[in-house]
Design a protein around this ligand. Sequence first.
Ligand code: ZN
Length: 225
Amino acid sequence: MVLFSGGQDSAVCLAWALQRYRMVETIGFDYGQRHRVELQCRLRILSGLRDHFPWAAGLGEDHVIDLTVLGQISATSLTRDIAIEMAEGGLPNSFVPGRNLLFLTLAAALAYRRGITTLIGGMCETDYSGYPDCRNETIQALASAVSLGMDRKYAFLTPLMYLDKAATWRLGEELGGPAFTELVREHSHSCYMGVREQRFIWGYGCGECPACQLRARGYEAWRRQ
Ligand code: ZN
């Protein structure tokens, strides 16, 4: 089961999973994110994969979980109309406390019912803006807790953990060729502001928020290599 938000990272993770596993289900979360447009983007990527990529034949059911309670209890720049800036403790206020912990725990609960024990996510330490729930140590500790708490051995895989954004673009191209890169550029969504009016060489976004800048810099670095 792939945690698939509709962003660049999780799109590449999904391709990675589809080329390794016979059946792959996807899960996404509606948590009141400002960039809710990603929920539509993820559907376009799923149908693009189904229609144009033979290696995506194992794409199974997609699940979208209502997690709007997370938006209600967190006052962050990803869930409220406030500016993105550094907050106390050196973390940007785009950090949504508990987000990845809840995503993985809920995905594991759904996976339990469906007989799935491998969860795959695009968490990454390299470009993680200091988000502590993207650290490998956090993810693996949670895998242990969930395995104990559900009495079933889960594996949480994070193929992008030590890649930077340029390497993620490259991995996508290696997995799916230029056609997959084009699908990611056109339909994956990274912009924190939820803006998709302007098309840049790396895709749609505002071009200015940290997520757009990371995506743009990674794309340009990959193209220069
Ligand atoms: Zn942006």
